[in-house]
Design a protein around this ligand. Structure first.
Ligand code: NAD
Length: 307
């Protein structure tokens, strides 16, 4: 089987390309535009793997996408603009890649009679939840431009399933952490700041809650959905490991050996969602469960990101 992995030079995509080459027999083609968020360093050691080919380009380039999709059996679409703060500053590139790019891939997939199309989505499409957990049937209520473009892509992907019979699967994962995450994101940034003795700027009062999954667990979950999931279905991927941002910050300072004096509280993100949390019964019925605790994952992550 040939799998086209888009966004495979980014954080989760590069971990997934590694997962496939290490654990599966498939040929992998990585398509990535190498924006500021992507780097060939993330594919260090697997770039020249005999079952791997890297192509630099955009999922918005219809001709290129058509060529690549023609040879692929399966598409896994990670490619996205992914940083919420940047989407608040300006959302045009988010609409372009996350919505138009996904549509370009979907269109090519219909024409090429693709076996499976896995759209990688996020818990943020549900919006915030103060008590309880989101199931896959809950309504979409994205509250920032990034989440809105991801929700749009989910709806488009689902519609190509219903209208064109494309075998689309959608995964919605909680916050990932681990090796190869861009240093603009909370955990890598705070690890580096903690190690350098710099301030760790926490939004608001630090009480916002996120569910954290170690990226290796997300990769195994995505693979289970790709192989065992039912086309047309949506699968939440979560860990149950909820932490406030302040708890995450303190855990990083503990692990790195920094001081709580390094914590500063800064003006909150506009429209900052208070809490996300996911019900995961559906993916667990496929036989998947997370292997990593937050603490064990953080130890690995600190080892990787500490300068
Ligand atoms: P990332 O920003 O680290 O990587 C995105 C990759 O996409 C980069 O390599 C970038 O170069 C590439 N890219 C951007 N625009 C492109 C385009 N037009 N064509 C081709 N490639 C392009 O993001 P990530 O954290 O690895 O997230 C990957 C996917 O997982 C995204 O779809 C994101 O919405 C989703 N997701 C992420 C998280 C998380 O916690 N990081 C959680 C849930 C879902």
């Amino acid at each position: 089987m040939q799998i086209l992995v888009t966004g495979g030079a980014g954080f989760i995509g590069s971990n997934y390309v590694r997962f496939l080459l290490e654990n599966r027999e498939d040929d992998v083609v990585t398509l990535d535009a190498l924006t500021y968020a992507g780097s060939l360093d993330n594919l260090d050691g697997v770039l020249d793997h005999p079952r791997h080919e890297f192509v630099e380009g955009s999922i918005c380039d219809a001709d290129l996408v058509e060529d690549l999709v023609a040879d692929a059996d399966t598409i896994v679409n990670f490619a996205a603009e992914s940083h919420v703060d940047r989407s608040i500053d300006g959302a045009q590139s988010f609409v372009r890649t996350n919505v138009e790019g996904t549509q370009t891939l979907l269109e090519a997939a219909v024409d090429a009679d693709i076996d499976r199309f896995l759209q990688i989505s996020t818990d943020e499409v549900y919006g915030q939840i103060l008590d309880g957990i989101f199931s896959e049937d809950d309504r979409l209520n994205p509250r920032n431009p990034y989440a809105a473009t991801k929700a749009s892509a989910d709806l488009l992907a689902k519609s190509y399933g219903t209208t064109h019979g494309l075998p689309v699967l959608i995964t919605r994962t909680c916050n990932n952490f681990g090796p190869r995450q861009h240093t603009e994101k909370l955990i890598p940034k705070f690890i580096r700041n903690a190690a350098a003795g710099d301030e760790l700027p926490v939004y608001g009062d630090g009480s916002n809650v996120r569910e954290w999954i170690y990226v290796e667990d997300n990769c195994s979950a995505l693979d289970v959905v790709l192989r065992e999931g039912e086309p047309g279905e949506i699968y939440n991927i979560g860990s149950g490991e909820e932490r406030t941002n302040l708890e995450v910050t303190e855990a990083i300072l503990d692990a790195v050996g920094g001081s709580d004096d390094q914590i500063t509280f800064v003006e909150d993100r506009a429209g900052h969602d208070q809490r996300y949390a996911l019900e995961t019964d559906k993916i667990e019925r496929l036989g998947w469960e997370p292997q990593w605790s937050f603490e064990d994952g953080l130890e690995q992550t600190v080892d990787y990101h500490r300068p």
